[in-house]
Design a protein. Structure first.
Length: 277
């Protein structure tokens, strides 16, 4: 793990992604301390341009709400949904892939056919359908995005398990008297996880985009500020107040880029270990 981390830090793109992601995460977490202003509080300064009033450094929207506060709140929303949904998808997908790869037979067939059924439909449409049926909300967004994202890690883990379960070190563990469950959890799973890290980054990036797209359509969490919702609100005044859509759009692109750069760095860092196995 230490060697992989050192290789990761030698990748310029990965370092750039880590720095960008760390900065965005710091702003999201420390936002209420850095700029303690209610993102939903209206004011009399409507459509104020950036850098005009020190009280509103990045301007205000059509309701007079502070744009900086809403951007920081939107960062918290995007990162919270991405982290929670990605974690849920990876946990479920990893568990199912491990079970399918080790059990084989009927369990494997049913699990993989179910994963294929979910992968046939675009992830955004699955999330859109679930949110439309259940109703918007943070928990619904997490559930919908996780439901659309679990098949990829499940199939990847299953393929890695199928490759590793016949390796010499696994056969040695079985000969030493370990049960199938112990072999799966202690020997196979740790060696099957490295390829999932880059996939986790892709899943998180997709989760950020799906959350923004749902919020853009008015299906995001109504109790949280969202970059997607801010972009949708800025469409009506795109000519007269372009910053309302451009600022959240730029942050959205920057966040997805940072996550993808980190994922690519992890992929390069773990490639040598995979070849050695």
């Amino acid at each position: 793990m230490t060697t992989a981390l050192l290789r990761l830090l030698r990748e310029p793109t990965a370092v750039l992604g880590l720095l960008l992601l760390a900065l965005l995460s710091l702003l999201a977490i420390a936002g209420p301390l850095v700029w303690p202003r209610d993102p939903d509080a209206p004011s009399q300064a409507l459509l104020l341009a950036p850098f005009v009033d020190p009280a509103h450094p990045l301007g205000t929207d059509r309701l007079g709400r502070d744009l900086l506060a809403r951007l920081l709140a939107g960062a918290r929303t995007s990162l919270a949904v991405a982290f929670t949904a990605t974690t849920a998808a990876l946990l479920f997908g990893t568990a199912l892939g491990l079970l399918a790869g080790f059990a084989g037979g009927f369990v494997d067939e049913v699990s993989m056919r179910l994963a294929e059924a979910f992968q046939i439909v675009p992830g955004f449409l699955i999330a859109l359908a679930l949110v439309s049926v259940i109703g918007p909300g943070f928990e619904t967004l997490v559930l919908a995005i996780a439901a659309a994202s679990w098949p990829a890690p499940a199939r990847l883990i299953r393929a890695e398990v199928m490759r590793l379960k016949r390796a010499d070190f696994v056969l040695a563990a079985i000969t030493a008297g370990l049960t199938r469950t112990q072999v799966a959890v202690k020997e196979v799973l740790p060696n099957a996880l490295p390829p999932v890290v880059p996939l986790a980054a892709l899943t998180a990036a997709a989760a950020i985009l799906i959350e923004a797209a749902l919020a853009f359509l008015g299906l995001g969490d109504p109790n949280r500020a969202s970059w997607g919702a801010m972009i949708a609100e800025g469409r009506a005044v795109l000519v007269s107040a372009p910053w309302l859509a451009l600022l959240p759009g730029a942050l959205l692109v920057l966040t997805v880029l940072a996550v993808n750069l980190v994922g690519e760095g992890f992929a390069e860092a773990t490639a040598a270990r995979r070849v050695a196995l």
